[in-house]
Design a protein around this ligand. Sequence first.
Ligand SMILES: [Zn+2]
Ligand SMILES: [Zn+2]
Length: 257
Amino acid sequence: MRLTVVGCSGSVPGPASPASCYLVEADDDDGRTWTVALDLGSGALGPLQTYCDPRDLDAVLLSHLHPDHCADLAPLHVYLAHHPDGPSHVRVVGPFGTTSRVNELRGTEDPSEALGVEVWLDGAAITVGPLSIRCESVTHPVPAYALRIEGPSEREARSAVVLAYSGDADVCEGLDRAAAGADVFLCEATFTEAEHAPRGSHLTGARAGEVAQAARVDRLLLTHVPPWSDPNTVIAEASRTFSGPLEVAQPGRRIEL
Ligand SMILES: [Zn+2]
Ligand SMILES: [Zn+2]
């Protein structure tokens, strides 16, 4: 399983990164590559095309329906529906309300033939080729999910690895369940301890480190740092609470699990 950071800017796009979007790829036993986008936030569809043709996406998995995680579903619809080689279809899995959010973004009530929407069921798993993805409900001001993705290891034949993605979340049991024992924990750190960091919506670097430490993850990839925050502050906070390897996500960062 391979992870590529397409966009990682927190809450809004930044000067050097679109909002949240992460590409996950895995090969099945027949050598076919399966491609999944975790979130498709504002500005992400442009740089996504550096890494894949959006028509080749097998699924777009949405953590929640804030614009910095789903706004580019509208341009994805246009790309799929109006491509000169003919229309194509992508599976979209998101919270209840995803269909109406897609229509709001497109400015129409006409259903999208290009985006096939399914709704997450809390704690249930879906499969996309060799990937098994379980969602866990997490604490955020709107319905939101952390995702636990299990897939084939790049390094060891016939062994499985786990990528956990927090989406947007504050400390909660769902986040703990999603992260437990993960090989890589892609975890948001929106706030810093130095600023006003209210409870119930986001983590700080320190809180992300605490969750990662308790979950015994191998590696912490901090993300969703807003353009107005200093990534070095986030790293310094997280290294006080997490003893394993950690870094802040950058667009183009690629990790083989
Ligand atoms: Zn967000
Ligand atoms: Zn959010």
